[in-house]
Design a protein around this ligand. Structure first.
Ligand SMILES: *Cc1c(COP(=O)(O)O)cnc(C)c1O
Length: 389
């Protein structure tokens, strides 16, 4: 067993191991794809964007895929389309942009708990917060589907729309069904750390004609074409450049998904015997994109707290992120919002580490990362003593 670098051993990754790296399509194919639009002087929201929307709608199995400039803008426009102004119920264990989309619409985010094992929104906790709410917004955390049926049932019972932040989940399956068609709309991100990349960009997927129509107008300032804006929109159009990258990236999606699943399986196997480290739980009938492979470190069993593990991994050359820590309700931007305490979310956020995950990582590298975790657990006492002294 190798000695952890933080105790003077030689680093497992002397050159450093990146946390993420986009799976980019070959540049010549992107250029070939872009050329016709470019030569005709069509730079934004033209043929390539239409082509990408059609391909995305088909892949996601939805009536409409509306391309936008980012997932954040897409969420803002969906909430605007649904005319949501009352508080919106959402988990605190998500990326800040979920809540920002609510706040930019003038609605108050009402944060609720997540499940300690799946990290997904807890529908029971959410049900106690629905009084007077205008919508429920749930995230498919790390690319694994959230409990969509329970979220949709809660929305139906309370007569409000369900919206899903599907930024991580392009290609995910819920009990065999593609994520994309649930609720009033689901919104995907094409930013560089996600599964399908455009550089920047987003996709609003919906089976509702009214929502799609409103988002199409909303991404163009609220202007349906006659310059008589119907509501306060945004410039949230997708450019032809981004659509060219996204179209070629979509071609790679199936291969990308398989690679991430293989890496995740290697991680799971290699950490299964380590006390105090457990991977995000995912329903057996679901398929995750593994946008992130996130583990929870239980200090009492592992022997080290999360921050010490992060420091020790860094000493071995391994870059990590603590998604989602701090949780949104603890972030400065939301300091003015009061709500019930969220102890489960706080515990989850205090223990999570997202390990390196990208298409080219390879299963051996995942195994090597896991070996470093094993070594840290076995040297936990020494590492603690070293950092105390
Ligand atoms: C990345 C991300 C977003 C924001 O996506 P952009 O396309 O960068 O606006 C929103 N929600 C979640 C959960 C994300 O991870």
């Amino acid at each position: 067993m190798q000695r952890p670098a933080i105790l003077g051993g030689s680093p497992a990754f002397p050159e450093g191991l990146q946390f993420a790296r986009p799976f980019v399509p070959p540049l010549d194919q992107v250029v070939a794809r872009l050329e016709p639009s470019y030569q005709r002087g069509m730079l934004t929201n033209a043929d390539l964007v239409r082509e990408f929307e059609e391909a995305a709608a088909e892949r996601l199995g939805v009536a409409h895929a509306v391309a936008v400039s980012s997932c954040t803008a897409g969420l803002m426009l969906v909430l605007r389309a649904l005319e949501v102004q009352l508080p919106v119920v959402l988990p605190s264990f998500t990326f800040s942009a979920s809540a920002h989309a609510v706040a930019w619409n003038g609605a108050i985010p009402r944060f609720v708990e997540c499940d300690p094992d799946t990290f997904q929104v807890d529908p029971v906790a959410a049900s106690s917060q629905m009084d007077g709410a205008g919508a429920i917004l749930a995230t498919h955390v790390f690319g694994a589907p959230c409990p969509v049926e329970a979220v949709q049932a809660l929305a139906a019972e309370t007569g409000v729309p369900a919206v899903f932040d599907a930024a991580h989940a392009f290609g995910a399956l819920r009990a065999g069904q593609p994520v994309g068609g649930f609720g009033a709309a689901e919104v995907f991100s094409l930013s560089p750390t996600k599964l399908v990349v455009g550089g920047e960009g987003g996709v609003v997927a919906t089976n509702r004609d009214d929502v799609a129509a409103s988002v199409r107008i909303g991404r163009d300032y609220g202007n349906p074409g006659d310059y008589n804006t119907r509501f306060v929109g945004l410039n949230a159009r997708m450019s032809e450049f981004h659509a060219a990258v996204a179209l070629e990236s979509l071609v790679l999606l199936d291969e990308h998904l398989v690679r991430r699943q293989d890496i995740a399986a290697a991680y799971r196997k290699a950490i299964s015997g380590v006390a105090g480290v457990r991977a995000q739980e995912i329903d057996n009938s679901d398929v995750s994109t593994y946008k992130d492979f996130t583990v929870f470190v239980d200090e009492s069993q592992f022997g080290l707290d999360r921050d010490s593990v992060v420091r020790a991994l860094a000493a071995d050359g391994i870059a990590t992120r603590c998604y989602f820590s701090p949780p949104v309700h603890r972030q400065q931007a939301y300091a003015g919002i009061s709500g019930p305490p969220l102890p489960i979310t706080d515990v989850a956020a205090s223990g999570v580490i997202s390990l390196p995950m990208f298409a080219d990582l390879g299963t051996e590298t995942a195994e090597r990362v896991a070996e470093v975790l094993v070594a840290l657990h076995e040297h936990a006492e020494e590492v603690r003593a070293a950092s105390a002294g």
